[in-house]
Write a protein that binds this ligand. Structure first.
Ligand SMILES: C[S@@+](CC[C@H](N)C(=O)[O-])C[C@H]1O[C@@H](n2cnc3c(N)ncnc32)[C@H](O)[C@@H]1O
Length: 206
């Protein structure tokens, strides 16, 4: 799926996205978001900010910039930030081609984004580029199962899931983060599942 199709798809579902995701949020995703974001400080970039589900979890004083490729998802994030009186710069931008100068941000945040980005390694290289030397990239992402059989099943089902719902269910996002030149600081399985990961990454230390 190329960028224009991803944009179209999220534009199409923007109106119902929060409702669609609400069972998962109630189960545990909201809690994971809160934990992930509790430590961020300074200049923060959230890529693929979507409808702005993370906005309420940023600590006070965070200087937040959010980008998304879908105008309609972003419009919802803008409305949410206005109604919550949260100051954030929200921009229409592709994570694969960001216009920010090198080393601009203390933290880059991504939640459930790199399953949809057409060229994830290109996007992750951009994440690395815009991160300060001592910056961190924080991810919550679902990934391909490490279990041999389940991984193969995900590979087989992926084309159907991608055309019906949109995201790829068999992305090796932890490997992709490494392949983009970032160093993994920690990886945790979330909710007792090896498919849901919390990853913290930084620039490789010399
Ligand atoms: C599954 S949603 C997740 C939204 C939000 N991060 C969340 O946690 O609810 C994926 C988001 O990534 C955005 N996205 C996908 N590809 C992108 C790209 N290349 N550049 C920027 N945003 C992108 C989509 O438009 C969508 O809003």
């Amino acid at each position: 799926m190329d960028s224009s199709k991803v944009k179209e798809r999220f534009d199409r579902i923007a109106w119902i996205y929060d409702f669609m995701e609400s069972p998962m949020e109630m189960l545990s995703v909201s809690k994971w978001r809160k934990e992930l974001l509790s430590t961020v400080r300074g200049k923060v970039l959230e890529v693929g900010i979507g409808t702005g589900k993370n906005l309420i979890y940023y600590p006070e004083g965070t200087m937040l910039t959010g980008i998304d490729i879908s105008p309609r998802m972003l419009e919802r994030a803008k409305r949410k930030s206005a109604s919550l009186e949260i100051t954030a710069e929200l921009l229409l931008m592709d994570v694969e081609q960001m216009t920010f100068p090198d080393r601009s941000f203390d933290y880059v945040v991504s939640t459930f984004v790199f399953c949809s980005v057409p060229d994830p390694i290109k996007g992750l290289k951009e994440v690395k580029r815009v991160m300060k030397n001592d910056g961190n990239a924080l991810f919550l992402e679902h990934v391909r199962s490490e279990n041999h059989l389940l991984g193969k099943i995900m590979d087989v089902l992926n084309p159907a899931v991608r055309s019906l719902i949109g995201p790829n269910i068999n992305r090796r996002t932890v490997d992709n983060i490494r392949m983009a030149g970032l160093e993994i600081i920690s990886t945790e399985n979330m909710g007792g599942s090896k498919i849901m990961k919390r990853v913290i990454a930084g620039r490789p230390r010399a």
